[in-house]
Structures are given as structure tokens and as C-alpha cells.
Design a protein around this ligand. Structure first.
Ligand SMILES: Cc1cc2nc3c(=O)[nH]c(=O)nc-3n(C[C@H](O)[C@H](O)[C@H](O)COP(=O)(O)O)c2cc1C
Length: 225
């Protein structure tokens, strides 16, 4: 697939077929994604590819903790209190998803169900948990590197007919993920990527998020035209 088409066509997938992803396909994806750039070529990423019973135990642990009111805990300091235009975009994508799913504003039950789906990583057959070495904290540059790596993963997956959603929800109870996936104590969990074959019948998969126009996000300095 042509690169410009690939990058424009990819979208987050939140409904999957119950079809396993062969390990060999994941290996191919990682083989491609490892060419992502990183600060001083440090390549500070680790991938823990999780499936089967282990992933099911992570889903259950996350769900049980969230229902029991255990506060989400990430491995690094962060603020999710978006404001201004960021908050607006956050709300807009939620509206797009809820409208597609036919979930009304006041339908608390279905809204909760949707959130719980997120904590189960949308029942994807595979989750790639991305980590970096703890000693790197404060790790803004390494986190940036893992972002570049993540994008490479989701594009390489899309090229192979696989859908993904990069998601924070799946690792919000990071101690559950750490314990079940056997993630070493000297690594911080950054993010996870749910992956699988898209369920074309799942309506939220038809949602195409929007972007600001390029002219609104860039200024050109020193150009003649
Ligand atoms: C760091 C990061 C965390 C995300 N966390 C979640 C999440 O927890 N749940 C979810 O449904 N989507 C999550 N997403 C997906 C975004 O909502 C999505 O990328 C964005 O709305 C743009 O849509 P697109 O991926 O379809 O282009 C996350 C994406 C990124 C990059």
C-alpha cells in the first residue's frame, strides 16, 4: 500500500473478530516497526506480546479493580485533565463513537459498558504492552520514542489487514498488567496496543476521526512563497 494511503486510511479499531493472530504476523510487524527513529538510536522500547489466558486474566483483573473502585495507577506522572481545544477534540471523538454505537447521553448503563470494553482492550485477541527502562525517568524523550514506535506498529499492522487501538485504558491498572504478563520491576509500562482482525460489522469501527487542517497547525518561517 502506498504510504500516504496507509497513513490516511488507518484508524483505531474497537471491535475484533474472535480469530487468533498468528505469532509470525506479530513478528513481521515488530520486524518492520523496529526501524522507527529514536533519540540517539537508543531504541528504548520493550514489547510484551500477550494473548490467550494471560490476556484474559489482565482483562478480568482490570475490570475487577475498576468495578471495586481501585484508582487507576500509571507507572509515570501524567495529567489527563485536557483543556480548551484539546478537551473539545476529546469530547468530539467520544460523541462520534457514541453516536455510531447509538448510545444516548443519558444511557448510563451502555456508557459504562463501553468504558468497561475499553478496560478489556475491546476483547482484542492480542495486546502489545510497551515498556521502557525505569532508570530513564524522567523519560519524556524515551516516551516520545515509544510514540514513534507505536505508530510504526499500527501502520505495519494495518498494511497486513490487522486493526489496532493504541490505548491507555488497558494499562490503567498497571500492577495487574505487570503481575499477569510478568513485566520486570525495572521497566515502566508506557502504553498497550490492542490488535486483531477488524470486525467489519462493529459500527464503531466505521468512525473516522477528524483532524485540524494542516494550515492551522504549522507556520512557515523564512520561505519565499
Ligand atoms: C496514547 C494514546 C492513548 C489512547 N488511549 C485510548 C483509550 O484508552 N481508549 C480508546 O478507545 N482509544 C484510545 N486511543 C485512540 C485515540 O482515541 C485515537 O487514536 C484518536 O481518537 C484518533 O483516532 P484514529 O486512531 O482512528 O485516527 C489512544 C491513542 C493514543 C495515541
Amino acid at each position: 500500500m502506498e504510504f500516504s494511503t496507509l497513513i490516511r486510511e488507518r484508524k483505531s479499531i474497537r471491535g475484533y473478530l474472535p480469530k487468533p493472530v498468528p505469532r509470525q504476523v506479530i513478528e513481521e510487524i515488530i520486524e518492520v516497526a523496529r526501524w522507527a527513529p529514536s533519540s540517539m538510536n537508543t531504541q528504548p522500547w520493550h514489547v510484551h506480546a500477550v494473548t490467550g489466558e494471560v490476556l484474559d486474566r489482565i482483562r478480568k483483573g482490570n475490570t475487577d479493580n475498576m468495578l471495586a473502585g481501585v484508582p487507576p495507577k500509571r507507572d509515570f506522572p501524567m495529567s489527563e485533565a485536557y483543556a480548551g481545544v484539546h478537551r473539545k477534540r476529546q469530547v468530539d471523538i467520544a460523541i462520534q463513537l457514541f453516536e455510531a454505537m447509538g448510545i444516548a447521553r443519558d444511557d448510563k448503563e451502555r456508557r459504562t459498558d463501553w468504558v468497561m470494553r475499553g478496560f478489556r482492550q475491546f476483547d482484542a485477541p492480542v495486546s502489545l504492552v510497551l515498556t521502557y527502562d525505569k532508570y530513564l525517568e524522567p523519560a519524556a524523550i524515551s516516551q516520545f520514542d515509544l510514540g514513534a514506535f507505536s505508530h510504526a506498529i499500527v501502520l505495519a499492522a494495518w498494511e497486513r489487514g490487522l486493526g489496532c487501538v493504541i490505548n491507555g485504558q488497558g494499562i490503567m491498572q498497571s500492577s495487574v498488567v505487570r503481575a499477569q504478563a510478568g513485566i520486570p520491576d525495572d521497566q515502566n509500562i508506557m502504553i498497550c496496543i490492542a490488535m486483531g482482525y477488524p470486525d467489519e460489522q462493529f459500527v464503531a469501527n466505521s468512525v473516522k476521526s477528524v483532524r485540524e487542517s494542516a494550515t492551522d497547525l504549522v507556520r512557515y518561517v523564512g520561505f519565499d512563497d
